[in-house]
Design a protein. Structure first.
Length: 83
């Protein structure tokens, strides 16, 4: 389910970008930060870089993190399937 959600989110973002719509994640982060720059200096620096989180590298990273998590669970002798 999680992998499906990761892929669905990527497709939604890729479609948004292909249509030329605004990249709302950057806008939302900037709006959330407004007035709190001093309280959240690291987040402020990250937002200021305007990192593109809508490209294929984001999907690749998300899948890599997912797989690393499944691997960690399996190495501990657990099951990656909840329930």
């Amino acid at each position: 389910m999680l992998l499906s959600n990761i892929c669905s989110a990527y497709v939604r973002d890729a479609t948004t970008v292909a249509r030329g719509d605004r990249r709302t994640r950057c806008d939302t982060a900037a709006a959330t930060l407004r007035g709190h720059d001093a309280e959240l200096p690291l987040f402020s620096r990250i937002v200021a870089t305007n990192i593109d989180t809508y490209d294929r590298r984001q999907l690749d990273l998300s899948i890599e993190i997912f797989l690393s998590g499944v691997e960690a669970v399996l190495l501990q002798g657990g099951s990656p399937i909840a329930g």
